[in-house]
Design a protein around this ligand. Structure first.
Ligand SMILES: *Cc1c(COP(=O)(O)O)cnc(C)c1O
Length: 395
């Protein structure tokens, strides 16, 4: 089938929830993907911060193959060995005590919202409201899209569930002022991803923690995008002194195999008892085997160190590009979560880069977002920045 034929079938059979680029990706290896015409691309999107170890990583592939031949799926009515091992590894490498597994980021946040309400119903009756941040992104289910404080995602979905209040990001006085007798917690991204890699002031997360402590609120960090090494440490919160009560994970957790997780301290997790929450697929053997292999690889093979080093290098190269091109307003980020804010919309530049064999993403209209595999090398960065430079020259 030709690419054009694939695209016609796609338009005929798939609901149009995404505006898609006119290519069909059919194969991936490491930091590269190939389309149905055999063209190769350097992939700095990585499935949007998902493929931390790149495509077809041998350890993840081997783990999936072995688990698929052993036990594909069983119900959470039984104990599941890969799920137990994955939970232990996450707990041993975090300040949390217990994990709950699901299948996506939205579901992880949905679980966090439910656990916060459940805990509050038992320990602070009458409190159920969560404060979330303007321009946040927490998912697309009705509750998580309501937590997502961006009007454009709410259009047409009224009535939205109750119990969410929105305040500006990076604004501690506004947060403090928004707390009422109904507030039970705060949900915050350590760095806002979807709205264009917004890095808060240093001290912001500690400030959120302080307000939560002072008012008796739960602090929930949405590390779905920042977690699993993206910012150079396993979790972005580690780079601050703020220890949340819960964090949510998904994206890179399974390196592309769908899986999400909620981690919490024992004190909070105890509010979930048999029957409180569940998921047929959540924590299934295959997903957990994939995530276990991915997480072990990230921890044993120097991936975090590579992310920090190559991330610094990338930032410096982009900084130099900014000196050269007035259409670059700002370069920012941590590790390999990098945003380049433009003075103009980014769509055309993204398409130009694609035509030159480089996949990048544009967030919030004018921010080029780089969330590549964490195995990226300096040579890959040189190549990407070269293509970007060329694309910026052309206009
Ligand atoms: C991607 C993302 C989500 C939603 O994850 P899905 O798997 O698409 O449901 C939630 N929060 C943040 C910060 C994200 O980046």
């Amino acid at each position: 089938m030709t690419t054009q034929e694939w695209i016609e079938l796609s338009d005929r059979y798939i609901m149009a929830t995404y505006k898609r680029f006119p290519i069909v990706l059919t194969r991936g290896l490491g930091v590269h993907v190939w389309d149905s015409d055999g063209r190769c691309y350097l992939d700095l999107v990585g499935g949007i911060a998902v493929c931390a170890l790149g495509h077809a990583h041998p350890r993840v592939v081997a783990a999936i193959k072995e688990q698929a031949e052993t036990l594909f799926h069983v119900s959470n009515l039984y104990h599941i060995a890969p799920q137990i091992l994955l939970a232990r590894l996450l707990v041993e490498n975090s300040p949390f005590d217990k994990a709950f597994f699901c299948n996506s980021g939205a579901e992880a946040n949905e679980a966090a919202i439910k656990l916060a309400r459940k805990y509050a119903s038992e320990h602070m009756p009458g409190r159920y409201e969560l404060i979330t941040m303007q321009d946040s992104f927490h998912g697309r289910t009705l509750a998580t899209v309501t937590a997502t404080a961006q009007e454009k995602f709410h259009v047409g979905y009224a009535p939205l569930p109750e119990g969410f209040r929105h305040v500006p990001y990076n604004d501690l006085p506004a947060l403090e002022a928004a707390v009422t007798e109904k507030t039970c917690g705060v949900l915050v991204e350590p760095i806002q991803g979807e709205s264009g890699v917004i890095v808060p002031d240093s001290g912001y997360l500690q400030g959120v923690r302080r307000i939560c402590d002072a008012k008796g609120l739960l602090m929930i960090a949405d590390e779905i995008q920042t977690g699993i090494g993206r910012t150079g440490t396993l979790f972005a919160c580690e780079q601050t002194e703020a220890v949340p009560d819960m964090i949510t994970l998904a994206k890179a957790l399974g390196n592309g195999f769908p899986i999400g997780a909620l981690l919490a301290t024992d004190r909070i997790a105890a509010a979930f008892v048999p029957g409180s929450h569940g998921s047929t697929f959540g924590g299934n053997p295959l997903a957990c085997a994939a995530a276990l292999a991915a997480l072990e690889t990230i921890l044993d093979e120097g991936i975090l160190e590579n992310c920090r080093k190559v991330g610094e290098y990338f930032l410096s190269k982009l900084g130099a590009l900014k000196e050269k091109h007035s259409r670059i307003r700002e370069v920012r980020g941590r590790g390999l979560m990098i945003g380049v804010e433009l003075t103009v919309p980014g769509a055309e530049l993204v398409l130009k880069c694609l035509q030159k064999g480089l996949l990048i993403n544009c967030a919030n209209g004018n921010v080029l977002r780089f969330v590549p595999p964490l195995i990226l090398t300096r040579q890959d960065v040189d190549r990407a920045v070269g293509i970007l430079d060329e694309a910026l020259e052309e206009k």
